[in-house]
Design a protein around this ligand. Structure first.
Ligand code: NAP
Length: 295
């Protein structure tokens, strides 16, 4: 079997068009545009590149965007003060603190300082709790992107055996909560694997939909994929590659070539989940603006 390649850019561009239309409607209704402020601390090259991608995407759909760049030496108090200022700024619909933060900062306390109604990353405990209770407000963008991709591919998630490798608060855990909900693109039977899982391959081989979010290349090998499964690769790792000008290339968690021979559909890295993450962030920003404007 040679798997169909799921084109994340194509689905993302559809979402961008929808958001652009939503932003235009918002503008005509309220005579202002939604705004996203990103807080970027330190000089991690990957974070800088992600933030650039977010800025460009906002500009494309008409969302106002600003990035507050701060030195890695910023104190916890100063960072929280910045967030409080953004909480009180009516021009800011959504706040995103680019993670990871430098080690001396308390990431949880920083996230908790964000107004939950502006928490477009969906990481504030209020939003995480609402998602777990089946009343989602803002879910994290990557899990939302995975779900939207599956819906766009007409994958029947109702009753599907889904196996997620990874239980992080950013990906595995919220994705589990999303796919467990009753409703379109969900109502699945979800198994979550992690470092405590005894026989991961036995779990993944049962999956109609296998989602890899472990964070290292080769986490999912072809023998771990059930023939005909849909494979979604969330992982992004940099591996050295002297043939590339920048000296590295991006790769996912799944051994792509081999898994493509077993799966019925698979996402590439790059060009799969990555573009979806950015587009679903835009959806969250527009939603935050609409909620704030209607209150
Ligand atoms: N494309 C995108 O837009 C996007 C967005 C977010 C993240 N990512 C990528 O997705 C990957 C995961 O990100 P994350 O933030 O969720 O990472 P994370 O916080 O490091 O979580 C990794 C998860 O994988 C599990 N895991 C690690 N090694 C394992 C193994 N050998 N067997 C079974 N489980 C294992 C860990 O289990 P324990 O809990 O037991 O430690 C943990 O739950 C990374 O490559 C990241 O770059 C991509």
């Amino acid at each position: 079997m040679t798997a169909r390649i799921i084109d994340g850019k194509e689905v993302a561009s559809k979402v961008h068009e929808e958001v652009a239309a939503g932003v235009a409607e918002f503008k005509s209704k309220y005579d202002k545009v939604p705004g996203l402020t990103v807080v970027l601390v330190g000089d991690d090259p990957a974070s800088h590149s992600y933030v650039k991608g977010k800025e460009r995407a906002c500009e494309r759909v008409g969302i106002a965007t600003e990035t507050i760049r701060k030195d890695a030496s910023i104190s916890q108090e100063e960072l929280v003060e910045i967030i409080q200022g953004l909480n009180n700024d009516p021009a800011v619909s959504g706040i995103l603190v680019q993670l990871p933060l430098p080690k001396h900062l308390d990431e949880d306390a920083v996230i908790h300082a964000i107004d939950p109604m502006k928490d477009v990353d969906g990481l504030h405990p209020e939003n995480a709790g609402l998602l777990m209770l089946g009343q989602p407000r803002f879910a994290p963008a990557t899990p939302l992107g995975v779900q939207r991709m599956l819906v766009e591919q007409n994958v029947d998630m109702n009753g599907a055996q889904v196996v997620i490798v990874g239980r992080s608060k950013l990906v595995g855990m919220p994705l589990t909560a999303l796919l467990l909900q009753k409703g379109v693109g969900a109502n699945s039977t979800v198994t979550v694997c992690h470092t405590g899982t005894k026989d991961m391959a036995a779990e993944t081989r049962r999956a109609d939909v296998l989602i890899a979010a472990a964070g290292f290349p080769g986490a999912v090998t072809p023998d771990m994929v059930k023939p005909g499964a849909v494979v979604i690769d969330v992982g992004v790792s940099r591996v050295e590659d002297s043939t590339r000008k920048r000296g590295y290339r991006l790769t996912g968690d799944v051994e792509f070539e081999g898994a493509s021979e077993v799966a019925s559909a698979i996402t590439p890295v790059p060009g799969g989940v990555g573009p979806m993450t950015i587009s679903m962030l835009l959806v969250n920003v527009l939603q935050a603006a609409n909620i704030a404007a209607s209150n």
